[in-house]
Design a binder for this molecule. Sequence first.
Ligand SMILES: C[S@@+](CC[C@H](N)C(=O)[O-])C[C@H]1O[C@@H](n2cnc3c(N)ncnc32)[C@H](O)[C@@H]1O
Length: 209
Amino acid sequence: MTDETSSAERWDERYRAATEPPFGEAPNEYLRMVCARSDFAARRVLSLADGDGRNGAWLAAQGLAVTAVDCSAVATERAEDLDRRRGVAVTRIVADLAEWSPAPGEAWDAVFVIYLQGTQALRLRALEIAAAALAPGGWLLVEGFSKAQGPRPGIGPDDPDRLYDLEELRAATSGLQVIEALAGQVRLDEGPRHRGEAEVVRFAARRPA
Ligand SMILES: C[S@@+](CC[C@H](N)C(=O)[O-])C[C@H]1O[C@@H](n2cnc3c(N)ncnc32)[C@H](O)[C@@H]1O
């Protein structure tokens, strides 16, 4: 069993134990803001670690063709239920991002990595997949808890190796043009697991056209 297989099991347990969607059913605020930009014109998008579907379902409801990947089968079943309730179609894949790769030649106009709080190795792998899968002009969007967060009861990971910093994001996406690289305090209101003051990064970059 790999570390990330056990991570899938841990996430299955967390989702099974949740009495309501842990991160809410509304899309992540930063994702929504970037999608509203006048220069954002994506049609095909990829959501990595889409969880129980709030982002993928919302993106599909905007008329985008969405592919979503998550290692948790339990979360993906819930995401499929959300898609049905919203009347949208999302291509959902249960896979470990430590191992998954898109089919050769597959490309997306935007790739979203929202709160994938994995080990550094997993974060870098996800960023590598994302950067390689961007069509010319395509957007990479990342939001996650930052190193400034540290362990906080009830919100974000305890392990500092699972936190982001902007230097790492810049270095891992050096072939992309950075549009925004923000780090600071926000007050999250995204369901019971993401509620309260948090230190986050918000990072958007584009593949040159
Ligand atoms: C904090 S949740 C965020 C879910 C979703 N992005 C959102 O914002 O609602 C982190 C997600 O990452 C997924 N994840 C963790 N490790 C993963 C891996 N190795 N491969 C794929 N997904 C993973 C978990 O199953 C979980 O759904």
